[in-house]
Design a protein around this ligand. Sequence first.
Ligand code: ADP
Ligand code: MG
Length: 546
Amino acid sequence: MKKIKILPEALIGKIAAGEVVERPASVIKELIENSIDADSHSISVYVKEYGIAEIKVIDDGEGISSEDVELSFQRHATSKIEKESDLFRIQTLGFRGEALYSIAQISKTRITTQHRDEPLCTELYLIAGEIVEKKPAVTKGTSIQINDLFFNTPVRKKFLKAPATEKAHIIETVQNYAIAFPQIAFYLNIDGQEILNIPKAASLQERISQILGHDFIENSEFRSISKAGYKIELFWGKEQLQRRSRMRQLIFVNKRPVKDSIVTSSLYKAFQVRDMHPQFAIFIYLPPEKVDFNVHPAKKEIRFREPNLISELIFKISALSEKTEPSFVAESERIWDKSTNSSNFEQSPLFKGEFFLTKEEPVQFLNLGDAIIAIKQEDGILFLDYHAAHERINFEKLLKGMSDNIYRLVFPEIINLNPKDYAIIKDNLSILRELGIEAEDFGNNSVIVRGIPQFLKNADIVSIIESIASEIKEEIIKPNFADIKGKIAATIACHSSLRANNPINSFEIKKLLIELGNTQDPDHCPHGRPLKRFVPFCEIKRWFMR
Ligand code: ADP
Ligand code: MG
């Protein structure tokens, strides 16, 4: 054994930094936490080269007083706790006083900050934690710029994953804090490209829908439970949101995004999850002394003081029922729907004499269930499978190359696939592009979808991509379809089409019939099944020998 020595200060700094800053996204996490603790209303993050070249976080929070700026870069310098007992009632995201110190040790850091109550603004420039410049400046709030992250710890840099993966971590980090703090506006720009631009939201629901999409809110049940100072709010994704791989399983404890096996496993058990993985967002609020956030240097893991109570509440919340059964009374009242919402209706001649619709006349129809409706016509009844009709319309839109009508996603969607599906999709991105789906390889078994045909705006992109993969897989195993593009288009059309549980109204029926009339084959769905059948009154009369 060699002689024991105290490590040099610079090396201690690098070791400490290694615990806090694992990757560029960790820097962003710490800086965002500081901005939130400083009561900011708006937080902007600018990243160059997946955070290695530059990370800049700008906030409009309370700022640091000129007296304290230098101090804030010292190890264990914090304004958030004072004594040991404070450790057990933490109300802020930060408390260890290590982030600025650690980040500065392994980068070139510039901070410009002005405290709310002071006329002066300070700018400080540090290289590897050493202050090399200090001067007055002009700003409001705080702006921190980190350049050349890991420049003096090349080994750490080597351990980073592919740029796409690091970018995905960055996006996820910003999204997580945005979900936790709906009242704050968030902005993220990577290499000059706006990735997130999330205005302040009025509610948690609104924020979740800004980030996870309207589809998530629409297809999840919301439940809430309170007991003994604990409160749990849960958005539990229904079956249609379940996936073969884990995604969107978000846990927040006192607004802090965390990973926690007690919460996850209790949810899986309570909801009797089997083959597929559920999507959920769970928000746990509890008295600060009932949870220890000080068990992981990056505060990723936590320890509940009463884990059994957490499990118990999760089981209770799973037993609460969210009423979703249809009400039969309302249904029967609506038998022949006479809704007259036809103001936007464009008149056009259609259906080759089968029937004719006019602007004023509402469609009278009977919903027979299973997406089949009976529409009353002048000379008979038209039975229509509106899911299949919609499929036919969307199918032809896709094949006509909807690429001119691309809807750019406000939040590009990163889709995690299993390795097999990923390999298939990665090799066939050009087919997707021909169909108007703008997707790119995002590394680490994921693709990023930036644009989709306009009419798929509200469709579930994840299951579309998954089914495309399985279509292509089928094709590889038994290649009897000449037109793989057509087959994929049929699958996408199916996913994006109205379902039996989407109620349809008079106006939508009219529009559907017009669009159907303009398709190549208005009688069959893309899979070749009949989609409508007309029974003339004269035939009906014959049934009664009239
Ligand atoms: P901690 O957040 O654990 O206190 P940090 O090293 O992250 O430690 O920050 C040190 C201190 O610097 C904080 O306690 C806070 O007083 C101040 N600070 C850091 N970032 C900001 C900011 N964006 N706005 C205002 N004050 C800040
Ligand atoms: Mg902090």
